[in-house]
Design a protein around this ligand. Structure first.
Ligand SMILES: [Zn+2]
Length: 601
């Protein structure tokens, strides 16, 4: 049995890949083939087959009938010999999830290009990536963690995958990407950057090496890999990442990357990029190997439900930032700023009183991934609140065991007993393991904070680490929290809405339950044009609102669709939902010791 794909960079201007698959011994009753409807790591139905333009089937010199049987699936007529399918794929999605091809580069995930032959999912397969013949692309090369069989010095040639699952878990970048390598745990790692960018290679290499090493040290080892690759697409304002078993695809903004002028303490943008790399690298263990039983194997034809994403995205989000301070790439104060910002994001969402993190995980497909203007009121993020749940879990275990155990022990246990052995985790099993490994009965903890909607005991737990928890009003739309108020602003009134720019005024992007704007009758989508007869826009509305006192009435003119309406809004004081954390210098020696153990100081 041989399954062989070819990918040809057919037409960059029309964004078309030409792909073939040859199946040496197709199903005698007619071969069924399909494309995934979603890509692991991004829990939304995306129907990648919509980008397949046409499919032809042949056997030797003969055409074979082929019929489409659902949105992602085809069936070829029975053939005596080998079956070959040829098809064009439209690739114009600049994201980490699909495929993108033009005269600057080609990028694809196998889940967008490779049809899966049903019944042969577990067979080895081969991919030929053909070198473009146009001399314009003579300096293009291939960067991927797919296993190389025979290829030229630029990486064009044949790659091998163990099975279909392996085949689609190695994104491929083709172009003039700049690259460098480094070693972690005796394994070659590489970073590749596509898109116009400048960066301080030595700085990046130093910082990322330390972060990767910190994750390996915590888990005890790196999973067995031939190579690990960070693929980054650099654009003006990109952000995002998707994890794979031995690589990751990232998008960042040009000014996220460090220049030689970068200070020792990374600025906020560079810190974000390092956090993103740290996050995806942690997934190499946590979700790519330690995973829910319901993902083994993945059913990529439809939604796969799990309540466990808090553990895979929340715990990963906790460790992505923790590793920055543990590796000494950022300072403790910088870490506490990040943590304060995460707490602020969670406190500003009232959905946390309506949806538990377990429910948020289960409904990721239709709620978290399909957020609309009601999201802050109705849902909670299993990333942000999941990270804080992981923090509380870690600090609770440390407190109850007097630092003899921590979340690190749980993660190592999960790696050695589940991830490394390819055993999936049943629903609810991680919670039981947390209690067993730590020796602390955590059933109430999970009932209250994972399956329930109780507020997390952050203030008390952080105090045990010698960290004080402070709340203050939100000062402006750009106020992310994490640090004390800079200006001495006496009036902090809340309009109860978040605004977007609009040529006619300030457009209400989101409106918060039970706050002034909603109580006045305003809605998202309304365009506020005047407050007490003064014209406003997104930039000026805050200052005007803050020139009044709490409980004063504001006369609002706003358009709902094309109809002018008037509203009376009674100002309320801003809620104290902006958090910042500080090291308590006066704290006792025990708490200082706790802080050292926690942050590896
Ligand atoms: Zn993630």
């Amino acid at each position: 049995m041989t399954i062989k794909y070819t990918v040809s960079l057919h037409n960059p201007h029309a964004h078309i890949f030409k792909v073939t698959i040859e199946i040496s011994h197709p199903n005698k009753d007619g071969q069924i083939i399909s494309l995934p409807a979603w890509i692991p790591g991004s829990y939304m139905i995306r129907d990648f087959a919509k980008n397949i333009i046409s499919v032809q089937a042949t056997s030797g010199q003969n055409d074979v009938d082929i019929e489409k049987i659902d949105k992602s699936t085809w069936q070829a007529a029975a053939t005596k010999g080998a079956l070959k399918l040829s098809y064009d794929v439209y690739a114009w999605d600049l994201s980490v999830r699909s495929a993108h091809f033009d005269m600057t580069h080609a990028f694809f995930n196998g889940s967008s290009l490779f049809l899966m032959p049903h019944g042969f999912e577990n067979e080895n397969c081969y991919v030929d990536i053909e070198k473009p013949t146009d001399p314009k692309y003579a300096d293009w090369k291939v960067t991927t963690s797919l296993t190389n069989e025979t290829s030229d010095s630029s990486g064009f040639g044949t790659y091998k995958a163990e099975n279909y699952d392996d085949l689609i878990d190695h994104p491929v970048e083709i172009g003039t990407q700049s690259e460098f390598e480094f070693e972690v745990d005796n394994t070659t790692h590489a970073m590749a950057f596509t898109g116009q960018c400048r960066y301080d290679r030595e700085r990046l290499k130093n910082d990322i090496t330390k972060i990767c090493q910190t994750h390996c040290t915590m888990f005890g080892e790196l999973p067995k890999l031939k190579k690990y690759i960070f693929l980054t697409m650099v654009t003006g304002d990109g952000y995002g990442g998707l994890e794979h078993r031995s690589s990751t695809s990232l998008m960042c903004s040009r000014d996220d990357l460090p220049l030689t002028t970068e200070s020792d303490e990374p600025n906020e943008k560079y810190r974000n990029y390092l956090g993103l790399c740290s996050h995806e690298y942690f997934h190499t263990w946590n979700i790519k190997r330690i995973k829910p039983a319901s993902f083994m194997p993945y059913d990529l034809s439809k939604e796969t439900y799990t309540q466990q994403l808090w553990a895979f995205e929340g715990i990963t989000s906790y460790y992505d930032e923790l590793a920055l301070v543990r590796s000494k790439v950022i300072s403790v104060d910088s870490y506490l700023e990040l943590l304060g910002q995460t707490i602020t994001r969670v406190l500003r969402g009232k959905g946390r009183f309506k949806q538990s993190i377990a429910e948020s995980s289960f409904d990721a497909w239709t709620k978290f991934y399909k957020q609309d203007e009601s999201a802050p009121n109705n849902i909670v993020s299993y990333y942000a609140k999941g990270a804080l749940l992981a923090l509380c879990l870690d600090l609770t275990i440390r407190k109850e065991t007097e630092n003899k155990k921590s979340l690190d022990d749980i993660m190592r246990y999960l790696w050695l007993n589940y991830g490394k052995k390819s055993i999936g985790l049943a629903e609810g099993q991680i919670e039981k393991i947390c209690s067993e490994v730590s020796g602390v009965d955590l059933s109430d903890f999970f009932d209250n904070y994972l399956y329930g909607i109780e507020e997390l005991p952050l203030e008390n737990l952080l105090s045990e680490m010698g960290v004080t928890y402070n709340l203050r009003p939100t000062l402006s739309v750009d106020d992310k929290g994490g640090s004390p108020a800079k200006e001495n602003n006496t009036n902090n009134n809340s309009f109860g809405a978040r605004f977007a720019e609009h040529p006619a005024g300030a457009k209400i992007a989101q409106i918060f339950n039970d706050e002034s704007a909603e109580l006045a009758g305003l809605s998202s989508g309304d365009i506020v044009i005047a407050v007490n007869n003064l014209q406003v826009n997104k930039l000026t509305i805050n200052n005007i609102v803050n020139s009044y006192q709490e409980d004063e009435e504001l006369h609002i003119h706003a358009f709902r669709r094309d109809e002018l309406k008037e509203f009376t809004l009674i100002l309320k004081a801003s809620e104290l939902t902006t958090c910042y954390l500080q090291r308590n210098e006066q704290t006792n020696e025990d708490k200082k010791k706790n802080q050292k153990e926690w942050l590896f100081l």
